[in-house]
Write a protein that binds this ligand. Structure first.
Ligand SMILES: [Zn+2]
Length: 447
């Protein structure tokens, strides 16, 4: 198959270039003529991007308290429609389980359902039962996820973090970390609830920005001591990015991730009757913080964008007018690319190559998939998105396919649209229709 006349974008350059795909890989690039009987696709006027890699999402999430009503077919269909050809989700090691049990339980949910390729990070909640991290890495798990908050199920204290970090370092696995100071958010939450301030508009006050900055700072300090690679998820504050940047300057390897919601929405929505649409942890921040984050994205100190996608239904989100009882998390797989393009490239002059670095190349690098994925190059998987940089449309939940049935960006007019998506050479999306066979997605740990 030959893709002609498109503008191919990688993290390094944008250029007019044809691509030849044979089987699952890209086999030639340049000024190419079709060989006998070869199928030719015209990408004239379109950007040809590497398929996006979402390094942080929660398909069929089970927190032990809430669970999302989606499944791996629905979740990976949303991904495909959004131009995301690789999802790096989590397996949760529940108390008493070994990593093998946790991985097998998650693979059983995925088997026969995934439409795009996937990888798994191991959420370690019971470090003593988890087993060997070396063996876990050999089985294809790409990172260890830990939390500095959420008692009693996920929380790890500093000694536990240090021990887990040391084991991950020895196994060559990065640590993914959710940074919020548990004591601070717990006390702020309890004080609000004791005063009767349960309404959703108090959500932001229960989880202040400095709680994130403090935990990120401490995690960087512990990671230096343990000698591990650190990846701090969903930075909602520009100050968190600065903490990471400072630690990097002293020689540490630390990745900074933020999410489209922290770049496109602010805390003013908590004052509206639609506040339920925007409950997530960490919460949305001030307009100043949003612009501060953009500054750091544009400057290149933020490395990756993840969605933190959670497909809770409207009923679940609206069940309680109580911020402490509303499940946290927003749907975002279908809108990752278009929101980043519209708010970043169109409105703020973000370079298209930087968008590819944030959404493709860097997530691939952070989790060991580069250059097999995350770029367009001879030998890479033919994971490709045809993106129309001019088409305008309006985001509407009733045109999306997830179980959320609401959208945090409802009614927003955006520029840029996914036209066709290829995963390992197979066309899985064409003009808003995903017709791929569930179960075709492969585990990246075993690629
Ligand atoms: Zn998350």
């Amino acid at each position: 198959m030959l893709i002609k006349n498109g503008t191919v974008v990688t993290e390094n350059e944008s250029r007019r270039c044809d691509l030849r795909i044979e089987g699952e890989r890209i086999t030639a690039m340049g000024n190419l003529d079709p060989i006998d009987g070869e199928e030719v696709l015209d990408a004239g006027g379109l950007l040809v991007l590497p398929g996006l890699i979402d390094p942080h999402l929660h398909i069929r999430l089970d927190t032990g308290i809430y669970s999302t009503p989606d499944d791996w077919e629905i979740g990976t269909r949303e991904a495909a429609l959004g131009g995301v050809t690789t999802v790096l989700d989590f397996a949760t090691q529940f108390p008493g389980q070994s990593w093998e049990q946790a991985l097998e339980a998650r693979q059983a949910e995925i088997r026969g359902k995934a439409i795009v390729d996937y990888g798994l990070h191991m959420m370690v909640t019971d470090r003593r039962a988890a087993g060997s991290f070396e063996e876990m890495a050999a089985a294809g798990v790409d990172a260890v996820k830990v939390y500095t908050t959420y008692r009693p199920n996920y929380y790890q204290d500093d000694a536990a973090l240090l021990e887990i970090m040391g084991r991950a370092a020895k196994a060559g696995l990065p640590i993914m970390l959710h940074a919020e100071n548990d004591a601070i958010v717990t006390e702020a939450t309890e004080r609000l609830l004791a005063g009767g301030d349960r309404a959703l508009r108090f959500h932001g006050r229960a989880r202040p920005e400095f709680a994130e900055v403090e935990a990120a700072h401490r995690a960087c300090f512990l990671a230096a001591e343990a000698g591990c690679v650190l990846y701090i998820v969903h930075n909602s504050s520009p100050r968190t990015v600065d903490v990471i940047e400072a630690a990097r300057r002293s020689g540490q390897v630390i990745w900074s991730e933020t999410c489209p919601q922290y770049l496109t929405l602010d805390e003013s929505v908590y004052e509206t009757s639609d506040a339920w649409r925007f409950i997530l942890q960490p919460p949305l921040r001030s307009r100043t913080a949003v612009e501060g984050l953009w500054e750091r994205v544009l400057r290149g100190t933020v490395d990756c964008l993840g969605t933190d996608h959670c497909d809770y239904s409207i009923e679940q989100k609206r069940a309680a007018d109580d911020f402490s009882k509303t499940p946290g998390g927003l749907p975002g797989l279908e809108t990752l690319l278009v929101l980043t393009y519209d708010e970043g490239v169109v409105k703020r002059g973000l370079k298209m190559e930087r968008l590819v670095a944030l959404c493709c190349a860097n997530p691939a690098r952070a989790f060991g998939l580069y250059p097999r994925k995350g770029t367009i190059a001879v030998g890479s998987d033919a994971d490709i998105v045809f993106f129309d940089p001019e088409q305008e449309w309006v985001i509407r939940a009733d045109e999306r396919v997830g179980t959320a049935r609401y959208n945090p960006w409802e009614g927003r007019k955006v520029r840029g649209r996914v036209r066709r998506v290829f995963s390992r050479g197979e066309e899985i999306v064409s003009e808003g229709e995903c017709r791929a066979e569930p179960g075709r997605g492969r585990f990246c740990g075993k690629l």
